[in-house]
Design a protein around this ligand. Sequence first.
Ligand code: 9D3
Length: 261
Amino acid sequence: MLQFDVVTLFPKMFDAITGSGITGRARERKAYQFLPWNPRDFAANTHRTVDDRPYGGGPGMVMMVEPLEKAVCAARQRQLSAGVRRPRVIYLSPQGQLLKHEKVMSLAAEQGIVLLAGRYEGVDERLIERQIDEEISIGDFVMSGGEIAAMALMDAVIRQLPGVLGDAESAAQDSFVGGLLDCPHYTRPEVYDGAAVPPVLMSGNHADIARWRLKQSLGRTQQRRPDVLAERERQRGISTEERALLDDYLAEDAKAQGAAK
Ligand code: 9D3
């Protein structure tokens, strides 16, 4: 069972993933274990202080090295006692490497992960040097702390653990794994306020439907995330059929854009 030990000033935030949905069910089924560690419980004074003013001046506060190190070491020790050979210690940080699918897959293969979620301006750099294996960011935007990033990482990893997703959910996953964005989805009614479902989806021709979906995925990826399509092409090339579907999509889209003007 994958072990997640999380060092955080806000353990209750993690109820959001451990208590609900796929990640809640996975915990009940013991696909992973979650244990929070609050640095306040390791603070040296009666006020339970965990932050202090930055040397050199400037705004905000910095998380102190001592309570954080004690909390990280307690988490690491617990994992070692639980049989984790080499706990991986990750600091969620705006300075980290961007989280990608490949990293999610490699983390899902670990025995144990210790996550550090920071608050304030960040943590004392000596804590990073002494205890952190890697820093991970979830995107180029500013949040108020590392907890939501830690939960995003946990959710992505947990859904890759064996037995967590049912067949239906698994099949739906294949799309990003193939390095493409998802195709559009429709359900009843067949016509909503004059807007009809694409007729091919009502045809019952499964080969046509699969081709249409691939074409939509290729076209949308090219238009919305050209970086993702270029990386897929670099990794595995593009087949003659895929090239033809993409060219078709782009030609039809250009025509539709022209007509709409
Ligand atoms: C406004 C404060 N910034 C000064 C230039 C630095 C800063 C410190 C702490 C910015 C954000 C944070 C809190 N964010 C995280 O801990 C965090 C995060 C994020 O904000 N965006 C994307 N990924 C991550 S992972 C952790």
